[in-house]
Design a protein around this ligand. Structure first.
Ligand SMILES: [Zn+2]
Ligand SMILES: [Zn+2]
Ligand SMILES: [Zn+2]
Length: 208
């Protein structure tokens, strides 16, 4: 009798061990699978997020100079402020102070954009639900177009004789430059220069 009991116990023990091993193994494997899947999913997402962050130039990265009394802000090498006492600041602060870009040195301008929007806007545009301040150059790089409703400030340059308008750095402006808004340029029938690729004018509002 004692022997039989011992055999039964041994059998039960063996059975329970195999059963435990059998149930334990698949569970671990499954857990490891989901873990692997989770890290696989998470990695590319993180990488993408940091990539897009790195490429964004914020207005605080753009250095400009201001004078004590002037209402404009300038590039550091502007002839207008040469020899004058000027303070170094950045575009974010200059824009917040209500300063306008100098017409001679044409520093970067601030415009506003929002996610999944193909337009950029002036600060107070009613179409802006949330806004991210970017430079005109950044807007141009992203191939955003000026909003037709708020007409954000875009300064371009015509010449005395040419039929095109330009960005401030274009070599075509060596002889003459006429400061104007991009709408004025379009109204005058000027077309964007093919070399310097200035921003396009906002779509004209339909005439009645
Ligand atoms: Zn200037
Ligand atoms: Zn707008
Ligand atoms: Zn040009």
């Amino acid at each position: 009798m004692k022997r039989a009991m011992a055999w039964v116990v041994a059998c039960l023990f063996a059975l329970s061990v195999t059963a435990a091993a059998e149930t334990a193994a698949p569970k671990d494997a499954k857990a490891a699978d989901t873990k692997a899947a989770a890290t696989k999913d998470a990695k590319p997402r993180d990488a993408r997020a940091s990539d897009s962050k790195a490429s964004v130039q914020t207005l605080k990265d753009i250095a400009v100079c201001t004078t004590k009394t002037g209402k404009a802000y300038h590039c550091e090498d502007c002839a207008v402020i040469k020899g004058k006492e000027c303070a170094k600041t950045n575009l974010a602060e200059a824009a917040a102070a209500g300063l306008t870009p100098c017409g001679k040195c044409c520093p970067q301008q601030a415009v506003y954009c929002q996610k999944d929007d193909k337009c950029y806007h002036a600060e107070g545009c009613k179409l802006l639900k949330e806004k991210t301040a970017i430079s005109c150059d950044e807007a141009n790089n992203r191939e955003l177009t000026p909003c037709a409703a708020c007409k954000p400030p875009v300064t371009v340059y015509g010449t005395d004789t040419g039929k095109a308008y330009h960005t401030c750095k274009c070599p075509a402006l060596a002889k003459s430059r006429v400061l104007m808004s991009v709408e004025d340029a379009a109204a005058k029938g000027l077309t964007p220069c093919g070399k310097c690729k200035p921003p396009a004018a906002p779509a004209a509002e339909p005439k009645k």
